[in-house]
Design a protein around this ligand. Structure first.
Ligand SMILES: Nc1ncnc2c1ncn2[C@@H]1O[C@H](COP(=O)(O)OP(=O)(O)OP(=O)(O)O)[C@@H](O)[C@H]1O
Ligand SMILES: [Mg+2]
Length: 405
């Protein structure tokens, strides 16, 4: 199991423990949100974990969390609970930004707002443009399409109105999600980040309600940026794959909401989608995103910078030339591939010490050796890029037909 896998498991466990504790204390709404969160994290985990026994075990646990969350949900929406629902919600206002305007909304709206805040990330992501190497054109593009209309809405009037839908597409691990976060941080809009897993959360059985609530709250909270990650999984072409009735309804709802988005100088509301499978997206959905921005694999300079970013603060004996050599040798690697290489590499000196049994006695001071070029080159023989030449051709073909850089 990779370290990011085990981190996910750890997060899920932490959330679940918190849920159980809150549940026992009678803080049901918070407990429900934590159960949902724990389930979501485990769902994410099972997406990437190939071990069938592990997956099975996780699926059972997910069901358990969802079951309890559903019971709580029913309890909370009962007539008596509904009455005290707002009072309970106001107690957690400090960790729930959306709940702070209570009193402004009807009980039902408040219920929906609370529902959104449990399943959709709204905190500021705190990623800066500088944390993202390369992609200068893309950053400029997003600045013009997202940041400027939000910070200077008065300039985007008449024919110069902002694009309401922007789609980022490109190979996995090249910074689409990072870019969305940086754009949100930079424009200080209310940021709604939903993954398609959230929207397809069949256990809620209320995805359509969730989507309409999301857009409604975004309108109230404008200027807002709604980020829908992995939009391909929700907007597959009609008739392909095994789309269920529920999924179709969610898609239709999303289409009509995006269609209805209209920014005015007073209220800027933008939808940003991201996908690494643009060709799977339904044409109706595709047409809602008037601006399609290609996020390609990092170029030579960007790769060198990504190696630096992901080894920052670790002692090493690499020269500038060594970084250029790494960049040359890593052609075809995505940012995520390089980050995976770096994660392996920075553990090498620790592993060596551990294998010599030198880490047992924590009172002993220990010197960790510098990383050297060889560490990287050896690791790159094992950690290969995820994107194939054939994939790349497909992206480029699609970009030529639909996108801009
Ligand atoms: N240009 C970059 N600069 C710095 N780090 C990067 C860059 N591109 C990718 N990374 C690293 O790779 C990780 C994955 O990037 P990100 O999640 O933005 O990719 P993505 O394009 O959204 O991928 P996916 O299509 O799989 O969702 C980042 O968290 C970061 O560590
Ligand atoms: Mg992503």
């Amino acid at each position: 199991m990779s370290s990011s896998d085990s981190r996910l498991l750890l997060y899920a466990k932490q959330e679940a423990n918190a849920a159980v504790a809150l549940d026992a204390k009678g803080q049901y709404r918070e407990a429900m949100n934590k159960y949902f969160r724990a389930a979501e994290i485990l769902i994410e985990f099972t997406k990437y974990n190939k071990n069938p026994i592990m997956r099975k075990r996780c699926e059972a646990t997910i069901q358990e969390y969802l079951e309890r969350a559903k019971q709580i949900k029913m309890k909370l929406s009962g007539p008596k609970a509904r009455h005290s629902g707002t009072a309970a919600a106001s107690g957690k206002a400090e960790d729930d930004k959306l709940a702070t305007d209570e009193g402004m909304y009807s009980e039902e709206q408040q219920e929906i707002i609370n529902m959104i805040s449990g399943t959709i990330l709204t905190e500021s992501p705190n990623v800066r443009w500088n944390d993202i190497a390369g992609l200068e054109n893309v950053k400029q593009n997003l600045r013009e399409a997202i940041v400027l209309p939000i910070i200077r809405p008065e300039l985007f009037i008449g024919a110069r109105k902002p694009w309401s839908g922007i789609l980022l597409f490109g190979p996995p691990g090249c910074g689409k999600t990072l870019l969305a976060k940086a754009a949100a941080t930079e424009c200080k809009a209310t940021f709604f980040s939903v993954s398609s897993a959230d929207l397809l959360s069949k256990w809620l059985g209320e995805s359509e309600k969730l989507i309409s609530a999301l857009f409604r709250v975004a309108k109230i909270k404008a200027p807002s940026l709604i980020f829908i990650d992995e939009i391909d999984s929700i907007a597959t072409k009609r008739g392909t794959g095994s789309e269920s009735g529920g999924e179709r309804r969610v898609k239709t709802q999303l289409l009509s909401e995006i269609q209805g988005v209209k920014s005015t100088a007073e209220k800027v509301l933008l939808t940003l989608g991201a996908t690494n499978r643009p060709w799977d997206i339904d044409n109706a959905m595709l047409s809602r995103f008037q601006k399609k921005v290609y996020v390609p694999l990092p170029d030579l300079e960007a790769r060198a910078a990504i190696f630096r970013i992901h080894t920052a603060g670790v002692n090493m004996a690499l020269t500038d030339d060594d970084f250029i050599e790494l960049a040359v040798r890593s052609e075809g690697y995505s940012g995520r591939d390089i980050s995976n290489v770096c994660r392996e590499v920075i553990m090498i000196p620790i592993r060596e010490l551990d294998m010599k049994g030198l880490l047992e006695d924590s009172s002993k001071e220990i010197k960790v050796r510098d990383l050297v070029l060889e560490d990287f080159l050896n690791t790159m023989k094992k950690v290969k890029p995820m994107t194939t030449k054939k994939d790349l051709e497909e992206y480029e073909k699609w970009a030529e037909e639909f996108g801009e850089q």
